[in-house]
Ligand binder design. Structure first.
Ligand code: SAH
Ligand code: SF4
Ligand code: F3S
Length: 476
């Protein structure tokens, strides 16, 4: 038996065990409901990236199968779960603040269960702090065992003890547990977990474990089932989707996977993130160029425009290689919207390094960018570097970064004006009556007149105007 087959067998077994526990709890909860007339409610707060958002969909699936219903009002909840992020220090501070506040709520509501999970929980120092200062927390688990939520709830109910279950490494990919999608017409699908890149500033490889790709058949089957269920757009998720396939038995590349997904009938749009520039192959660029379903948006994190800093970041590409990739991709898809991530204030970043970042931004003309101030993460190689950039200089650079970004964001949005484009209508617009909001293939947001019948449909829209953060259009 190959390693992969064994992994699936263990996975199926574990999924069965968890399903049995979910059923057992469902019976208990139903009996309680019949006695009290009260359905128990859960509240989930998700921090961080799309990985966490997808994990929260799985956690919601388990909770709903147990018999909880979702509430968006934390005070009404019987089960409160924070799915945490630790990529930057301020994310951690937010969580501590909120968990502290829950202490009073817990005093007035003795059956309230408080649970913490996600990336922050993978850090030993965090667990120590919670044990010491936040002992009103009931359940703590990490990123590798989210599928065990029902078992952890049962353990809490049966013992009354604080339950802590953190795995240092991932053991198996458990497929086929329930999950609840936010939208009927679009869905996220994990194609891989973890990260092997160890960018020197980044904590993700330490809290999400080693890179593991899912089998292509499992991914394709999951997407086919989603399409049968009404999904027209999928987002493929991984920390570095471009290196997909390195841990599965059959040799397959990300481009190969995309071709299989493209062939799924009824699927209209494919998105993916994140693409690491070092692994953006010619095969992949060609596949993007030929595809009719891959959206015209590539998120290609730059991090820094200085080759010297990129090397210190362990990014494994130079500024010129990055610019080369941009040229190649624009050659096969001239309409592609490029977005990026940039960090300012990495240790040792000089004014010259920073100006190189601005130069790349002006050369590429990004449609949008996520801009971050460097945050020192304990345990990463960069945390040991001595030349931290003074705070006032970082703030000044951050402002200049935004000043350089905004003209290209505006220019790119204006280029859409006058065009008639396909838009997937996603929701009613909260701002005004009779308005809906949708997304272009480029991922630009557009508001237009329409009602709820349009939600989930891909329609032709003429773009009339570009505002600061969105476009205005009308049905063509
Ligand atoms: N795997 C993705 C990114 C995941 S984290 C990739 O490689 O692009 C999302 C973004 O957070 C990163 O792209 C980076 O810009 C930012 N980031 C990560 N660690 C950071 C840190 N220590 N300080 C500031 N920003 C950070
Ligand atoms: Fe972090 Fe780099 Fe991995 Fe992205 S590729 S998650 S930035 S280590
Ligand atoms: Fe944060 Fe974890 Fe994502 S640290 S950015 S939630 S992988």
């Amino acid at each position: 038996m190959s390693k992969r087959e064994k992994e699936i067998v263990i996975g199926e077994n574990e999924a069965r065990i968890q399903k049995n526990i979910i059923e057992e709890l469902a019976t208990r909860f139903q009996e309680e409901y019949e006695r009290t007339g009260n359905k128990k409610k859960f509240y989930i707060q998700t921090y961080g990236c799309q990985m966490n958002a997808r994990d929260s969909e799985k956690l919601k699936g388990i909770l709903e199968h147990i018999g909880y219903i979702e509430t968006d009002n934390e005070i009404n909840a019987d089960f409160i779960l924070y799915n945490t992020c630790t990529v930057r220090e301020n994310a951690n501070q937010k969580v501590y603040g909120r968990v502290g506040h829950l202490k009073t709520l817990k005093k007035s509501k003795k059956d309230l269960m408080i649970a913490l999970c996600g990336c922050m929980m993978q850090e030993d120092a965090v667990i120590e702090t919670i044990k010491k200062s936040y002992n009103h927390v009931d359940i703590i688990f990490g990123t590798h065992n989210i599928y065990k939520l029902a078992e952890l709830i049962k353990a809490k109910l049966d013992t009354g003890d604080m339950i802590i279950d953190i795995w240092k490494e991932h053991k198996e990919i458990v497929e086929d547990l329930p999950s609840i999608r936010k939208h009927d017409f679009k869905a996220s699908v994990n194609i891989m977990y973890g990260c092997n890149n160890f960018c020197s500033y980044c904590i993700v490889p330490y809290v999400r474990g080693r890179e593991r790709s899912r089998n292509p058949e499992d991914i394709v089957n999951e997407i086919k089932a989603l399409v049968d269920d009404g999904v027209v757009e999928i987002m493929l998720l991984g920390q570095n989707v471009n290196s997909y396939g390195q841990t599965v038995d059959n040799e397959i590349t990300f481009a190969g996977l995309l071709k299989q997904i493209e062939a799924i009938e009824g699927l209209e749009r494919i998105r993916f993130m994140t693409s690491h520039p070092k692994d953006l192959s010619d095969e992949l660029i060609e596949t993007i160029g030929k595809s009719t379903k891959i959206c015209s948006n590539l998120h290609l994190p730059l991090q820094s425009g200085s080759t010297r800093i990129l090397e210190k970041m362990n990014r494994k590409y130079t500024r010129d290689q990055y610019l080369d990739l941009v040229m190649k991709i624009k050659a096969v898809r001239p309409d592609i919207a490029l977005t990026t991530d940039i960090i300012v204030g990495f240790p040792g970043e000089t004014e010259e390094d920073f100006e190189e970042t601005l130069e790349v931004m002006r050369a590429v003309e990004y449609d949008n960018a996520f801009t971050f101030i460097y945050s020192k993460r304990t345990g990463t190689p960069a945390a040991k570097l001595e030349e931290q950039v003074p705070e006032d200089i970082v703030k000044d650079r951050f402002n200049r970064l935004l000043e350089t970004l905004h003209p290209s964001v505006n220019k790119k949005a204006k280029e859409q004006v006058g065009k008639t484009v396909k838009v997937l209508v996603e929701e009613l617009n909260g701002q005004g009556d009779g308005l809906v909001t949708g997304r272009l293939s480029s991922n630009h947001l557009v508001h237009l007149k329409g009602d709820k019948d349009l939600i989930g449909k891909i329609i032709d829209v003429k773009i009339l105007e570009a505002k600061n953060f969105y476009l205005i259009g009308e049905q063509a």
